[in-house]
Ligand binder design. Structure first.
Ligand code: SF4
Ligand code: SF4
Length: 303
């Protein structure tokens, strides 16, 4: 999505594509090989969609959830894909870049699906970001669903939303079919601010959200699309949140929107956390913009 143009031997923005002999070569993130680590999280877990998803709330029962309310006794397989199409100044997981560079651990879809057992009821692909490695994640998801033989196994994505739209269609189709969701993290509304904070554009993300909302209209429950924004003090406040909320409300006022408190990290480790005052101002602004389902997340970080 960054339309990288690499000179001979150079890598693209995410570090996975390379100009080898004047052809684009994927070092990983193909349907055969990916760079990921994974672990099980007992449900209910602290997922950004936990307040509206079938794994942690009463949404989607009985078709998409094994129980009314949180699926106690079941677990989520959290898959951390170690590459990203953004380079956020505040990234909480920035150390994954070392894995991207070293191509480690380089693994197959089968190694991922071997981790799924009878008590795994959802898979969440996050990172880094799923975008640069979607062919791998799609291949692994399809294989996992084949092995699940029709039992409940939701496929969910937590993403900056910048992926190729054709791949988004495939990822969303798997979520819609399995009761999963796509969680779009929208960093800012202004493109110039997005470039300053993440190193790249937010246009693809916004276009993809529009596409995903249109494609998921036939499955309103459980919510197929969830949005979130990190309230970065001095950068992402009520003006940005208000504009994002107006955009979301124009697509569907029922889209759940999580406003996340900021924690200093990476190149923004000298800043304070989000204040409770800013969080409530953002919440009010999002509500006035027309959204009805809003949550402030990471409240333990509010100052
Ligand atoms: S992976 Fe999906 S179903 Fe599971 S906890 Fe996260 S949002 Fe809920
Ligand atoms: S999109 Fe997420 S993982 Fe990627 S650089 Fe930004 S904060 Fe880090």
């Amino acid at each position: 999505m960054n339309r990288c143009r690499m000179g001979p031997g150079e890598l693209g923005f995410c570090g996975l594509r390379e100009n080898r002999g004047d052809r684009v070569h994927s070092r990983a993130g193909t349907s055969r090989l990916g760079i990921f680590t994974a672990y099980h999280d007992p449900l209910p877990t602290n997922c950004v969609a936990d307040w509206v998803c079938p794994g942690c709330s009463d949404a989607g029962y009985p078709g998409c959830s094994v129980s009314r309310g949180p699926e106690r006794g079941y677990k989520n397989l959290a898959v951390f894909l170690a590459a990203c199409s953004f380079d956020c100044l505040f990234c909480q997981n920035w150390s994954f870049r070392e894995n991207t560079e070293m191509l480690a651990p380089l693994r197959t879809p089968g190694e991922l699906t071997d981790m799924i057992d009878e008590r795994t009821s959802c898979i969440c692909f996050f990172g880094g970001d799923p975008s640069p490695q979607l062919p791998f994640a799609l291949a692994a998801s399809r294989r996992a669903l084949e092995r699940a033989h029709g039992r409940i196994l939701r496929i969910c994505w937590e993403t900056n939303g910048s992926m190729n739209p054709g791949l988004l269609r495939q990822a969303l189709a798997l979520s819609l079919e399995t009761g999963g969701c796509v969680k779009f993290d929208i960093k800012s509304w202004d493109e110039s601010l997005n470039r300053a904070l993440t190193g790249t554009t937010n246009r693809q993300t916004l276009e993809n959200i529009e596409l995903a909302v249109v494609l998921s209209r036939d499955r309103p429950d459980p919510p197929p699309i969830i949005a979130s924004t990190l309230m970065v003090p001095g950068y992402v406040g009520a003006d940005q949140v208000g504009a994002i909320a107006r955009f979301l409300a124009s697509l569907d006022p029922e889209i759940p929107y999580s406003l996340l408190a900021f924690h200093p990290d990476y190149l923004m480790d000298d800043m304070g956390t989000t204040t409770a005052r800013l969080a409530h101002e953002c919440e009010q602004t999002a509500r006035s913009a027309g959204l009805s389902r809003i949550k402030i997340g990471n409240i333990h970080l509010l100052s």
